[in-house]
Write a protein of this length. Structure first.
Length: 260
């Protein structure tokens, strides 16, 4: 434990140093990169099945319960998706006969949807939307029959989608809204419109981050106004906490849950 703590402190200050250097390098740039749905689409279209392969065999330094350690991407994703499972379980336990209708915003690689289907099967109905048709096509090829029951659509959460108000029991995103810094208000409004019961956001929350994480969000131009936007919209927050797992120690992961 002492060895892990020392490694964590050394690693943390090394990352802080690198982010400070990046901050000053970017000050000298004439043009800054702005995160929009168009920028994200351009990046994601280049991925092929790299996300699925990283999930299956990747291993890197992550932060878990405040300690930096080597973890597999598969184990990290299990820890992330557990927080969505908690809200599915609330509904299934409240009404055992009910089929929970779920929408994932920014489903892209469909790893989360696969995990949901594997755990709950016919107890849930899953829809996924993503701005990248290529990511959805790659996911279907990679996972094959596993995704046959999922309804996957191309679309942007920043626009009005062809779903009814409150159509989904749970609407969730996982490090999706971070990529659309300047369109997040329209995205949150649309997610809340589509939600019948819970909206679950697993995203970086600027106010919850340490110095390194706040600097990273600034340097990367990731969204820094999720909590501020929710407060302005006066949506009821029932949970706001930092997650134990941080797959990228620079990029803080929090859970914000809203109740309709």
């Amino acid at each position: 434990m002492i060895k892990d703590t020392i490694y964590t402190k050394i690693k943390y200050f090394a990352l802080v140093k690198s982010e400070i250097k990046r901050f000053f390098r970017q000050l000298r740039r004439e043009n800054s990169f702005i995160k929009t749905t168009g920028d994200s689409l351009f990046i994601y279209e280049q991925y092929d099945n790299s996300e699925q392969l990283l999930y299956e065999s990747g291993r890197r330094t992550m932060s878990y319960k405040g300690i930096y350690r080597k973890m597999t991407d598969k184990e990290a994703r299990r820890l992330y998706i557990t927080h969505v499972f908690e809200y599915v379980d609330r509904l299934l336990k409240g009404d055992g006969a009910k089929r929970v209708n779920i929408l994932e915003v920014g489903c892209g690689n469909c790893i989360n949807i696969v995990k949901l289907i594997e755990k709950y099967g016919d107890e849930i109905s899953v829809t996924g939307i993503d701005i990248s048709p290529e990511r959805i096509n790659v996911a279907r090829k990679h996972y094959g029959a596993v995704l046959e029951t999922a309804d996957l659509k191309v679309g942007s959460i920043t626009e009005r989608l062809p779903f009814d108000d409150g159509q989904f029991d749970i609407v969730f995103s996982m490090h999706c809204l971070e990529q659309i810094s300047y369109e997040v208000k329209s995205a949150i409004k649309e997610m809340y419109r589509l939600t019948g019961i819970y909206t679950v956001l697993i995203e970086p929350v600027f106010e919850n981050g340490n110095f390194l994480q706040k600097l990273y969000l600034i340097n990367s131009d990731h969204c820094r106004v999720i909590l501020k936007t929710i407060t302005e919209l006066e949506y009821p927050v029932i949970e706001n906490r930092v997650l134990d797992i941080q797959s990228n120690p620079r990029n803080q992961s929090s859970l914000i849950a809203l109740k309709k």
